[in-house]
Structure formats: C-alpha cells, structure tokens
Write a protein that binds this ligand. Structure first.
Ligand SMILES: Cc1cc2nc3c(=O)[nH]c(=O)nc-3n(C[C@H](O)[C@H](O)[C@H](O)COP(=O)(O)OP(=O)(O)OC[C@H]3O[C@@H](n4cnc5c(N)ncnc54)[C@H](O)[C@@H]3O)c2cc1C
Length: 502
C-alpha cells in the first residue's frame, strides 16, 4: 500500500483549489491533486469576468443588494456580506499574484452583466478572464516550494475514521491506489456537475465527484435542486458547449426568434438583461413553440472582434460573423448553486473536511447566482478556508481503512453510461420540471445504478449527483430561482425559509 503524509490536501486546480493551495503554502506542506491537465477546469473556461465593487458609482452594499435580490430570498446574508466585503481586497491579491485585469486608461475597465445595477465586472483580454486568472495562479503554484502539484490523478474517495476526514485515496490509469493522509485537513475544490446534463457549458471534468464523495463520507449537502442554465450557449452540437457570455448582451446584443421578434420584451421588464433563469425559460418557451433563437449582435458591429476575441474566433469556426449574422443560441446547464454545506470558513459538517468554490454551498448564491459572482466566491472563500485550516493542530492520521475498486478503463462503455445519465437529466430535471417527470427520472436513474460497476468512478459520481438534484427538485414544491416546476409555477413564501439538506 502506498501511503504519503502531508499537512494539507487540496483537491482541484480551478480558482478555488489554486487560491487555497497558495493561501496555505506559507503554513505547511500542501499536496494539490487534480484529475486531468492542470488547466482543465471551469475556471479556465470562464469568460465574462469577476465581480467586485470597485467602481466610483459602486459599493459593497449595492453588490450585496444585487446578490440577495438575484438569490430569490434564499441567500445566507452573512455569507453574502463576506463575499462582497472581501471582493475588492481579493482583486488586489489576484493582481499581486500576477493577474492583469483590463484597464481603460488609468481606471479598471468594468463591464456590465445581467441583474447587476452598475458596471462592476473586471475582465481579462476581453473575454478570457478565467484563463488569465488561472494562468497567473498556476505560475505561482509551480514556483511555490511548499506546494506539490500532482496532475492526472483522480481522487476516488475521502478517508474518514473516528468521525473526521483524515485524507484521500487516489486512482489513476497506471498505478494502484495511493493513500494521501493530511495532518491538518482536506479541502475539496472539485467544482460542479454540469456534465450530468446533455447540454452543458461545463468542462468534461465537472462530473460531481466532490458532491458524491462528500455524500459517501456523510457530510451534509444543501440546495441541490438549484441549477443555473445559461441562456446563451452557441447552438452547435459539441460537449462542452461554447458559451456566448452574458457580457455580449451587456454590450447591447439582444435575443430574437426566427420571426425577427425581439421577444424578451414579452417576458421581463429588464428584457435581455433579466435574471438568467428568466431568460433561459423564455428561450425554452420559444423553442417549445417551434421557434429558433438567435443573438443579434449587429449593434456591437466591428468592435465585436476586439471586445470578445475568443467568442469571435469560435463563431468564425462555424462560419458565423457576429458583426453581420445572427448567432444561434440555446440554454445549457452552467452552474450548481447548491453543494456541500459550509459555514463562512468553508467548514463542512464533517470535521477536518473543508470545501470551497462551486462544490461548496456557502449560501452566497441562494436560489440563483448573480453573474460573475462564482469566480469571486472561489477566490474569497479559499482565503477563508486557508486562514481557518492553518490554525488547526495536527490530528492523528492512523492507517487508512478504505478499499477502492480498480479503475475501469473501457471508454466506450463509460461514454454510453454517461450519455444515458445526461439524457435522463435533460429530459426530467432540466429547465422546466414537474413531479411526474422527476419521479420517472428517479426510477430511470435507480435502474442505471444497478447496472454500472463501481470501477466507473465518474459515472457513479454523476449518478449520485443526478439523484440528489432530482430528489431535491421533487421535494421543492414551488418555483424559485434556478428551479422551475410547471406544476407549481410560482414562488411560495413559506418555502423561502426552507433548504433541502441531504
Ligand atoms: C464556460 C464557462 C464560463 C464561465 N464564466 C464565468 C465568469 O465569467 N465569471 C464567473 O464568476 N463564473 C463563470 N463561470 C463559472 C465559474 O467558472 C465556475 O463556477 C468556477 O470557475 C468554479 O471554480 P472551482 O475552482 O470551484 O472549480 P473548477 O474550476 O471547475 O475546478 C475544479 C477542479 O477540480 C478537479 N477535480 C474534479 N474532480 C476531481 C477528482 N475526483 N479528483 C481530482 N481532481 C478533481 C478538476 O479537474 C478541476 O481542476 C463560468 C463557467 C463556465 C463553464
């Protein structure tokens, strides 16, 4: 048995994992594990930007109000306070670690996105904010003498004994299991589970591993019914789907159907900059009525290529010139508001297990996430986790008693299981849900569970995440934020006090 001991274990190399590792690096030895290439994450894919109240017309209070309003009465106000108050200093820290946000002369260039009352979105190279931030953090991590960064290594499970998390066990294609034990604690920064849906903007690594591991370990998860569907993924068949950032609508582009109608007027007073769930459902309704949907970015014209170079290049690949032709779009699963329940220090309900970033449910997003608040959440709460965890005394780590099956390597079979999960989720727990559809979906997932062998780790984790989403969605008999039930189409006040805790 291979066993390695360190002070801190961090799982995931997105913004949350990298920031946690860097913030812990001064306090002890860190092992940072990630299951694919170092930059393979949703953080790297992020486009539009990161929110912070640093403009002259802005304040943490305004940012707070926008976040709470978008969260549809389900946010945790204490967590939101931490998020918005720490945002400006977090931008400074990122800058210190080499991130270069776009500037407009001697000021920050601030963009506007849906549901923000002012322009407060910092971005990099127009629409490559995630790549810009993660590249500079990766550079810091590579040069840090206290951080050992191990890629292409999948964490299969948490090691729990005597009521606390002691470490993790990994599997990879070439070796047997390796047991990594942590003297201080383990941090899950494994991101979301968009890959459980047929249409998603999420990277292939987003298979809900952290949610499933936490569940198996007995940590509480919360609010799993709330999934954000981004309204405007580029409507060409690919996985992941390419995102046409909300910032494009922020610059004046608007949605039209194939009859030339700017239909958002019919759905919301804020039209194209209405909350994401409203815009996604509006597009879904248009599509259900047999109409195709496009973004008209003609107003941005020749500035498009300069302001959104990445989106421009992707559109051109499919023969679309955003300055002249309409961009075909469709909603796609984008973000999980729920996750492993944590307090404002990232502590889960399992001692010595911490979580931050998309895998965590800090309560900052409530029922719906405000655009550009998730990179911020990862960066802010990573610092909180590190500050808390570095104060811990050493635990006794003992001998790991976890057995893991061998990794199944049959890619074709794995892809076929995954495709079945994705279809079930899209059809039964998608943008519009109902009790009957969810019940049918739960039965289908149960049948799949009986068939998938344990060595297909990602498939099993996807199934566990999918089941939690379905069951929570069935439980919530109302519509709120990212959760819409056509059998209960309105928010019901009593439900604003209730959270689904698994
Ligand atoms: C296309 C796109 C655009 C976006 N644009 C924005 C934006 O402009 N602004 C914004 O605020 N948010 C945006 N988001 C959301 C935001 O990017 C994510 O919510 C955020 O980056 C999540 O960061 P994270 O560190 O928690 O997880 P991720 O960045 O997803 O990283 C998760 C990491 O965990 C690793 N991992 C997972 N499971 C395991 C395992 N079992 N073992 C080992 N490693 C594992 C993965 O390989 C990966 O390295 C966007 C998302 C997408 C998909």
């Amino acid at each position: 048995m291979t066993r390695k001991v360190t002070d801190f274990i961090v799982v995931g190399s997105g913004i949350a994992g990298l920031m946690t590792a860097l913030s812990l690096g001064g306090s002890g030895q860190v092992i940072l594990l990630t299951k694919a290439r170092e930059e393979e994450s949703n953080s790297y894919r992020a486009q539009g930007g990161i929110a912070a109240a640093i403009g002259e017309d802005d304040s943490p209070e305004l940012h707070r109000q926008d976040t709470l309003r978008t969260g549809a009465e389900l946010c945790d106000p204490g967590s939101v306070d931490v998020l918005v108050e720490m945002a400006p200093q977090t931008i400074q820290l990122l800058t210190k670690w080499g991130t270069r946000f776009d500037r407009d002369g001697d000021r920050w260039a601030l963009g506007r996105e849906g549901s923000h009352s002012v322009s407060r979105i910092l971005h990099i190279a127009g629409d490559a904010t995630g790549a810009g931030i993660t590249s500079s953090l990766l550079e810091q991590v590579r040069n840090h003498s206290n951080i050992r960064f191990i890629t292409h290594t999948m964490v299969a499970d948490l090691i729990v004994s005597e009521g606390a998390c002691r470490g993790v066990v990994t599997v990879d294609e070439d070796r047997g299991p390796v047991y990594y034990m942590a003297r201080k604690g383990v941090v899950l920064a494994t991101g979301g589970c968009g890959q459980v849906y047929r249409y998603t903007t999420n990277d292939l690594v987003s298979t809900g591993d952290g949610f499933a591991m936490a569940r198996r370990a007995g940590a509480a998860l919360m609010d799993m019914e709330f999934i954000q569907f981004h309204p405007t993924a580029l409507a060409v068949e690919q996985n992941p789907m390419f995102l046409v950032s909300e910032a494009v609508r922020g610059e004046g582009a608007f949605l039209v159907n194939d009859q030339g109608e700017a239909f958002m007027e019919r759905y919301h007073e804020w039209k194209d900059l209405a909350p994401r769930d409203v815009v996604s459902r509006a597009i879904f309704s248009e599509m259900q009525a047999g109409r195709k949907v496009f973004l008209d970015a003609g107003q941005i014209g020749s500035r498009f290529a300069e302001r959104f170079p990445k989106i421009y290049r992707e559109c051109r690949k499919y023969g679309i010139d955003p300055a002249r032709s309409l961009i075909p779009v469709t909603p796609a699963a984008h973000f999980v508001m729920g996750g492993i329940r944590t307090d404002v220090y990232g502590r889960t309900t399992l001692p010595r297990l911490f979580a931050c970033g998309e895998v965590a449910c800090t309560g900052v997003h409530g029922a719906n996430r405000l655009a550009s608040n998730s990179l911020l959440e990862g960066a802010v709460f990573a610092q909180r986790v590190a500050a808390e965890l570095s104060s811990y005394t050493d635990q006794s780590i003992g001998v790991p008693g976890v057995l893991v099956p061998a990794l199944c390597k049959d890619k074709q079979t794995e892809d076929s299981w995954k495709q079945q999960i994705k279809e079930i989720m899209w059809n039964h727990a998608g943008i519009v849900r109902s009790a009957q559809g969810l019940k049918e979906g739960i039965l289908k997932l149960r049948k799949l569970r009986e068939q998938i062998p344990a060595g297909f780790f990602e498939c099993n984790n996807m199934l566990t995440s999918a089941q939690m989403i379905m069951e929570a969605a069935l439980w919530r008999q109302e519509s709120r934020g990212g959760h819409y039930r056509y059998d209960y189409p309105e928010p019901i006040p009593e439900w604003s006090q209730k959270h689904n805790v698994i």
